[in-house]
Design a protein. Structure first.
Ligand code: GSH
Length: 265
């Protein structure tokens, strides 16, 4: 049976692991790394650290289109991907960002998600959270070497510039295409992931942003990644089909609604 504990005053939900086992297509709260699970069983493949860990508490944006479901924050998905790839169990507290509860504001004074409780302290910002998780739970390592850490890092800002643009001749589309093209060339030479054969933190940060780009530009501008960038397209397909990604990705409708104020604004 599904067990959902509602925190007063109902704008946040703590959803238990029990709930996940009853409804695997909905939330994704217990990390299992199912690739390993399928091969040789769940328990054997958890690291000793993960085995001994209590679930981490994670405050995440809730869906605005479907009740009790994870929402569309790419920074939160980055953190959840990190926990999934490290086989760390976690509990989500879903926050309605349009109606933030007092208890949430008391632990996240900026009112932002994600925040994660580590060593009894709430930590904000996906950069800080993923770095702290890496230090505390180093296996499997997800560190991106510093010289590769900024690969693709301008894609998100140029995407937002193009999404918000009202003038087709203002160069915003070209700016985005330049960044995507540089990334396509990089992956062609160095892929399949940013750090080569293994996934790393830079992919877990970029993947959710590319997912938003694909959905929002498709919806609001009828734009898609051109066929002239096949290595980028393959990269997106690879990342979007990771088990950790499909377990933590937002609904298309939430991504569309999440960007609407920026497009209209
Ligand atoms: N730099 C932060 C950005 C986090 C962020 O902007 N989160 C958004 C949701 S995606 C948020 O909480 N916004 C507050 C609001 O919408 O009220 C990080 O990397 O974690």
């Amino acid at each position: 049976m599904s067990a959902i504990r509602i925190h007063p005053p109902t704008t946040a939900l703590t959803i238990s692991i029990k709930h996940l086992t009853c409804n695997p297509n909905n939330l994704n709260l217990f990390s299992t790394n199912s690739r390993n699970f399928k091969r040789s069983g769940f328990r054997r493949n958890l690291t000793p650290i993960a085995m001994s860990s209590n679930p981490l508490e994670v405050c995440a944006k809730s869906s605005i289109t479907v009740p009790n479901r994870l929402g569309d924050c790419p920074f939160t998905q980055r953190v959840l991907l990190t926990l999934e790839e490290k086989h760390l169990p976690y509990n989500l507290k879903l926050i309605d960002l349009a109606n933030k509860p007092e208890w949430f504001l008391s632990i996240s004074p900026e009112g932002k998600v994600p925040i994660v409780k580590l060593d009894d302290k709430w930590i904000a910002d996906s950069d800080v959270i993923t770095q702290t998780v890496e230090e505390k739970f180093p296996e499997p390592p997800l560190l991106t070497p510093p010289e590769k850490a900024s690969i693709g890092s301008k894609i998100f800002s140029t995407y937002i510039g193009f999404l918000k643009s009202k003038d087709p001749n203002d160069g915003k589309e070209e700016a985005l295409l330049n960044e995507l093209s540089a990334f396509n060339d990089y992956i062609k030479e160095n892929g399949p992931f940013i750090n080569g054969k293994d996934i790393s933190g830079a992919d877990l940060s970029l993947g959710p942003k590319l997912y938003h780009l694909e959905i929002a530009l498709g919806h609001y501008k009828q734009w898609s990644v051109p066929d002239s960038l096949p290595h980028l397209k393959t990269y997106m397909k690879t990342v979007f089909s990771l088990e950790s990604f499909t377990k933590t990705m937002p609904l298309t409708e939430d991504v569309i609604e999440g960007w609407r104020p920026k497009v209209m604004g």
